[in-house]
Design a protein around this ligand. Sequence first.
Ligand SMILES: C[S@@+](CC[C@H](N)C(=O)[O-])C[C@H]1O[C@@H](n2cnc3c(N)ncnc32)[C@H](O)[C@@H]1O
Length: 303
Amino acid sequence: MSILSERSKFKINERSFIDFDLIGPKDTTDKLVKYYFNNNMNKTYIILNFVKKVRGEYKKRFFRMINLTFGKHAVRILINGIKRGANDIWICKRIAEQYSIEATDQIRANRRVKMLERYLGPEILQDAKIMDLGGEDALAHNILFNKYNVKDYHVLNVKGEYYHRRNLEEHFAAKKAKFMWYDGKRLPDNLPVYDIIMMNNVVHHISIHDLKTLIDSMKKHAKYVIIKDQNIKDKILHEIYVIQHMIYDTITTGKVAAPYIEQYSAEYIKSLFSPDDWSLIKENIDESLKNYNMSYVLVLHSK
Ligand SMILES: C[S@@+](CC[C@H](N)C(=O)[O-])C[C@H]1O[C@@H](n2cnc3c(N)ncnc32)[C@H](O)[C@@H]1O
């Protein structure tokens, strides 16, 4: 359907505006989730309203995020859609038409391997047993297997709580990397001790209550832990992050997706590892608003 024929359907609905500024990050997500499931996405204008109200460095950052995550064409779609008063599903669907999950997977896997190389180094990676907690694909495994002969690459993920980008059981059945569902709260006791447990962009999906229990159970199964996540302490940046997820999850799953998103500071994550038992061997905390990849990486070693 052309933009013009769809255009007649767009009407800005006052009720679809969520005033994110009045509420904190956790509430923002809860509100968004409730809102989506109580409304039809054809009637929501979260992206449009956000772009209209956001200013200055935040606006630049929003468009930089769209460009880096979804490509230049997505920026054009967004600008076009905003001029025409498009709703959320229209924008997500148009972006999805030109988006490749496979290409994104490869970029993400390369990034993950680079992170492991940079923060742990080849000696630790050689022949390592690795757990990718909250992993979704086996591409990093392919690279690590060829380069470092990794012995084990075990992916654990949680069923149902999140819209996965693909059928994980099917994907992993055809790969050498092992895959298992777990309850998302505690690692099963019968798992071995891994050289490395990695959590890449996962902790922001876990509630504060579950995160502590999960990390406690993880400590029994890891020599090194590497955690990377977003370093966001600001409401508007959080809002940008929620919108990015919303677009991403909607385009990759084809369903209306409103993710659960918390923000934890690097300091909070570090506080979950007692210095009596764990040493922080590396950390990198990026606080620059200008940098889209504003994130932290923490590497801990069991004493
Ligand atoms: C943004 S994706 C990141 C995927 C992958 N780690 C990567 O870097 O490409 C977040 C993933 O975290 C998973 N997740 C959410 N809660 C989890 C939990 N409690 N335990 C493990 N994984 C979880 C989701 O199912 C999803 O696959």
